[in-house]
Write a protein of this length. Structure first.
Length: 285
């Protein structure tokens, strides 16, 4: 079911991209780092000058309000393509969220993306354990040199085969992620990891006037459709997607002047038809 929802979201987003490119440019999720790495275990790395630890430098954009990561660790490299597909689907499925705030969504990008991430993103199952440490600059070399180091608790996990994490606790937008192979007997472990930034919409997107529709009017319209979607049983993310889809469809074809000059019955028939189209496309019912 999750795969179907992700695929459907990708298709619909592509369909509406030509109608509302400016809104889609305000993506709420940005891929910061994606990598497949191979790490030897500690003993092999000591004897053969291999690598059992690796450091990933993270520099979050200025508009970042949170960050997330997902990883899986395996004894072979068979999950790499699945993992890349997961990343692509996640970015596509959340590209509409960037316009939610500018359209009047009750929940901001952080809450929407975090909830979607937690409910719908499941990394491929891993079968090899790693440690992941969040580090400041003063502990990076200590980690790599296998000296005593201090990690940041927010985001640090140990002895996990696969994991996903989201955080809004931005003490700094510049830090590192240290990956350590903790396997004792296996020679190597393959780690797939993706790191994302959750972005705040720019002020220009939030305050813009679209086709004569003011921010206040857009917010009222958006609130109407998200309420209608949730009354029909859509969950929060689907309801926001339906409302954004309906909003864009109306704004791309009708100006505010059209609204004021159209009979109410004709207008209601028009906007309800747009809502039904979007509801059928995005609802998981």
């Amino acid at each position: 079911m999750k795969k179907i929802i992700l695929l459907l979201a990708c298709i619909i987003i592509s369909h509406f991209q030509s109608l509302a490119q400016s809104a889609l440019d305000e993506n709420s999720v940005k891929l910061i780092h994606e990598e497949t790495m191979m790490l030897n275990n500690g003993l092999v790395s000591s004897l053969l000058n291999g690598q059992s630890r690796k450091l990933i430098k993270i520099d979050l954009p200025d508009r970042a309000i949170g960050w997330m990561y997902v990883f899986t660790a395996n004894l072979n490299n068979e999950n790499t393509e699945k993992f890349k597909l997961l990343t692509k689907s996640f970015i596509s499925s959340t590209s509409l969220v960037g316009s939610f705030a500018s359209l009047g969504a009750a929940s901001g990008p952080m809450a929407l993306v975090s909830n979607f991430f937690k409910k719908n993103i499941t990394p491929p199952s891993g079968d090899a354990a790693i440690n992941l440490y969040v580090l400041d600059a003063s502990n990076e070399n200590k980690f790599l040199n296998k000296a005593n180091f201090q990690s940041i608790s927010d985001g640090t996990v140990e002895n996990r085969n696969d994991f996903k994490y989201t955080s809004s606790n931005l003490l700094s937008k510049h830090f590192s992620i240290g990956i350590q192979n903790v396997s004792t007997f296996e020679r190597r472990v393959y780690v797939n990891i993706s790191v994302y930034a959750i972005m705040k919409p720019s002020e220009s997107g939030v305050n813009s006037v679209t086709n004569g529709w003011s921010m206040e009017n857009k917010q009222k319209m958006f609130n109407r459709w998200i309420k209608a979607a949730m009354e029909r049983g859509a969950d929060e993310f689907a309801a926001n997607s339906i409302a954004a889809c309906t909003q864009k469809s109306i704004l791309s074809s009708k100006s505010f002047a059209d609204y004021t000059s159209t009979q109410r019955s004709q207008w209601e028939e028009f906007v309800k038809s747009k809502f039904e189209e979007c509801y059928k496309s995005f609802s998981n019912k």
